[in-house]
Design a protein around this ligand. Sequence first.
Ligand code: IPE
Ligand code: IPE
Ligand code: MG
Length: 248
Amino acid sequence: MSLRDKINMSKLPVHIAVIMDGNGRWAALHGHERVFGHQKGVEPVRNVVEAAAELGIGYLTLYAFSTENWGRPDDEVSALMELMVQSLNNEKDNLLKNNIRLIAIGDFARLNENVRTKLFDTINLTSGSTGLTLILALSYSSKWEITEAVRKLVRDVNAGVIDREAICEEEIEKRLTTYGIPDPDLMIRTSGELRISNFLLWQLAYSEFYFTDILWPDFGKEDLYGAIVDFQNRVRRFGKTSEQILEK
Ligand code: IPE
Ligand code: IPE
Ligand code: MG
């Protein structure tokens, strides 16, 4: 039996965010170089994206490369960037076929021309899709994003676009890269690490966290279904009491 059958289709998370971790350890475990693990990490991306689209999930954010990842050895960074270009090339038809709209968040100024062009081309190509919105977090970190938002806010206050007394959560959110996207309901991290690693610090304020020891290259559709079933058994109180939640 598939865990797919245990999913309550009327209680699906609208937005799932995933920290895809453990490629390097997967490679080491199988006697390969780290880069081989990254290559093996492409197929689970395809599967999870396909499963999410097929279920009718609204938004899927994938943490593909963090600001801190720029500090990895040059050859690993280049291999990851090359893999990004290749994957965008290979997957663009699939995205279109599955009615998936690609968008991206991150500091694109740091990406090389090749990656940036491919990324924006794919974003443009899929902009008419009305199914799943796939958000790639690339050269992304939450502290970078929040710092940028503060900078914009100060600029707008100085320019008289907004009064300093009018600053509120909404005005901050408007200046985040995720504006218009509902906050993740469920955040999944693979590879057994119990941390956020500078991912969506603001947006994950009330998300449910799901941690699994599975290394990313081994993560499959069933694992996604399992995470969703687990999520559906949680009680989200948002600061209220259980009684208040039951009354609804
Ligand atoms: C995740 O796998 C991929 C990226 C961070 C780009 P890792 O490369 O972090 O794998 P581990 O954590 O070293 O096993
Ligand atoms: C987080 O994984 C970033 C991505 C999955 C892209 P890392 O492997 O970089 O995280 P840390 O450094 O172990 O926390
Ligand atoms: Mg890692």
